[in-house]
Design a protein around this ligand. Structure first.
Ligand code: 5AD
Ligand code: SF4
Length: 363
């Protein structure tokens, strides 16, 4: 039986610093952490004893609050057209890349392959592409629901509130709309087409109408400090989101930030732990961006509080052009499931059964 949060707390009583002990006590009594306490967590460095203890604790919080099971979600990147020009993004409108759009039929065919292998949620992701008007999106969502009964998550950027409402009625139950950074100045400097207040307002709207709403931030935007990341964590806690997807900045060729350095992967892990302590029931993927810097670190995410991974189901001919950032890795379903199983992580029986079938084919 793995250790509970109380076992780890006892260990921290003996081996941890006074600061960490105070943080742990607060989490156990479900008191809110202060910004300073979050900054303490974010500032820990690899090799520090407190960091190891913190990760044991955030992992135990994950297990106690959301269980032993890890979830694999499947992403269909159905269009890389985008009308916006976020400075960090490789599929921004001004970037000269081959563009594609998947047909409704293609999207639904891919979605149907996800059900039998044990995918937990189907994520429909794209740039902000008005070609998919509300009628098309409603049709896609309702047909996927009808064919698979799996939860459908929308990762399609800013759309009118009325559309989010209609898509909920069509059967979508989850959303992912990242706030990217709580620092208004930085938000404005990297988002030439976006309004900070509008983004937050829309995100809170998705929460208010009953979506299992998700948000998240990028770590390592120009000018960002640890304090800014702490503000992101506080915002995520207070916003009512139930999913958090956050990852390091990765430079994307052809963008204004192509020469800006990578976001810090170690700070990303610390942020996962901080989010888990602040929102114990959160569903939180260890992100592809982290895996793009270091594949092993993405799997380390499962030991610090993450409980989800997003696998890619976009056909190769399209996937190679969904270049949000350069050298984006493919998180393959079977490869990922196998590695998670080998790590001793609990997966749903359907995945395990399919892994056996898959092994028969490749070995
Ligand atoms: N590095 C890291 N994350 C990025 N995203 C976009 N571009 C980058 C990048 N260069 C993330 C953003 C956005 C989502 C589509 O991908 O968080 O919300
Ligand atoms: Fe478009 Fe999203 Fe990329 Fe911004 S981050 S350019 S909205 S795909």
């Amino acid at each position: 039986m793995a250790s509970s949060r109380f076992d780890i707390a006892k260990k921290i009583e003996v081996e941890g610093s006074k600061e960490l002990q105070r943080i742990v006590k607060k989490v156990l009594t479900e008191e809110e952490l202060s910004k300073e306490e979050i900054i303490y967590i974010l500032s820990l460095e690899r090799g520090e004893k407190d960091r190891e203890l913190l990760f044991e604790f955030s992992n135990a919080i994950r297990k106690d609050y959301v269980g032993e099971m890890f979830f694999i979600k499947g992403v269909i990147e159905f269009s890389n057209y985008c009308r916006k020009n976020c400075d960090y993004c490789g599929i921004r409108a001004a970037n000269k890349i081959p563009r594609y759009r998947m047909s409704e039929k293609e999207i639904i065919e891919i979605a149907k392959t996800m059900l039998p292998i044990g995918v937990d949620t189907i994520i429909l992701q794209s740039g902000e592409d008005p070609y998919y008007d509300i009628e098309k999106l409603e049709r896609i969502v309702s047909r996927i629901k009808k064919e698979t009964h799996l939860p459908v998550s929308l990762s399609i950027g800013e759309r009118p509130k009325t559309e989010y409402l209609k898509l909920k009625a069509a059967g979508a139950s989850k959303t992912l709309l990242k706030h990217e950074t709580m620092n208004r100045k930085i938000f404005e400097s990297v988002h030439p087409d976006d309004d900070y207040d509008k983004r937050i307002d829309l995100l809170l709207y998705t929460v208010s109408i009953g979506y299992i709403a998700g948000s998240g931030n990028i770590i390592g935007l120009p000018g960002q400090t640890i304090e800014d990341v702490a503000d992101d964590v506080l915002f995520l806690r207070d916003s009512g989101v139930r999913m958090v997807g956050l990852g390091p900045f990765i430079p994307a060729k052809g963008t204004p930030l192509e020469n800006h350095p990578y976001g810090d992967p170690e700070l990303t892990l610390n942020t996962y732990a901080a989010v888990r302590l602040c929102i114990p029931k959160v569903f939180m993927p260890s992100t592809t961006a982290l895996g793009t810097i270091d594949e092993d670190l993405q799997f380390e995410g499962f030991k610090v509080g993450c409980n989800v991974i997003m696998c890619n189901f976009t056909p190769e001919k399209y996937r190679k052009n969904y270049t949000i950032y350069s050298d984006k890795i493919k998180v393959d379903f079977f490869k990922t499931a196998k590695r998670m199983k080998d790590m001793g992580l609990k997966l749903n029986p359907r995945i395990l059964k399919n892994l056996e079938e898959y092994k028969k084919v490749i070995i």
